[in-house]
Design a protein around this ligand. Structure first.
Ligand code: DAT
Ligand code: MG
Length: 140
């Protein structure tokens, strides 16, 4: 499988509960390498731009308010098949449907406050990485 990079966010519900290290351990145990990482607090406008694909969904305003409500940790994860592998480690969007041992099964509080974001395809991964990181910040 090809070496890939994917974009990840440890969301406000998880940073608020001091779960950054436990979530990073899940990534590393799965063979994902954290090649860039920083803690930031997004504005609601920045969250809105990031999630613009969901602009017509009923939960969009709530989602953007939540993502700007507290600090997040934005990351680039690298590994073989990193995009799909990260989605596996994250688990299903709704923690009630997430497989045992996944991040969302263990840590998520609800479908909205679900602890992590991960890119869903190579195109979105490249776009999302470029939204938060300059090339000089990515060191494998
Ligand atoms: P994922 O984060 O698994 O890629 P998504 O792209 O469908 O899921 O949705 C983006 C985020 O929007 C998701 O992580 C949490 C929020 N969300 C999705 N469906 C929701 C719902 N039915 N109610 C509230 N928030 C929702
Ligand atoms: Mg998504």
């Amino acid at each position: 499988m090809a070496l890939e990079r994917t974009f990840s966010i440890i969301k406000p519900d998880a940073t608020a509960r001091n779960l950054t290290g436990k979530i990073n351990a899940k990534f590393e145990e799965a063979g994902l390498r954290i090649v860039a990482q920083k803690r930031i607090q997004m504005t609601k406008a920045q969250a809105g731009e990031f999630y613009k694909v969901h602009a017509e969904r009923p939960f969009y305003d709530e989602l953007c308010t939540f993502m700007a409500s507290a600090p997040v940790v934005v990351q680039v994860l690298e590994g073989d098949g990193a995009i799909a592998k990260n989605r596996d480690v994250m688990g299903a969007t709704n923690p009630a449907d997430a497989a045992p041992g996944t991040i969302r099964a263990e840590f998520a509080q609800s479908v909205g406050e679900n602890s992590v974001h991960g890119s869903d395809a190579p195109e979105t991964a490249a776009e999302e990485i470029a939204y938060f990181f300059a090339g000089i910040e990515l060191v494998g």
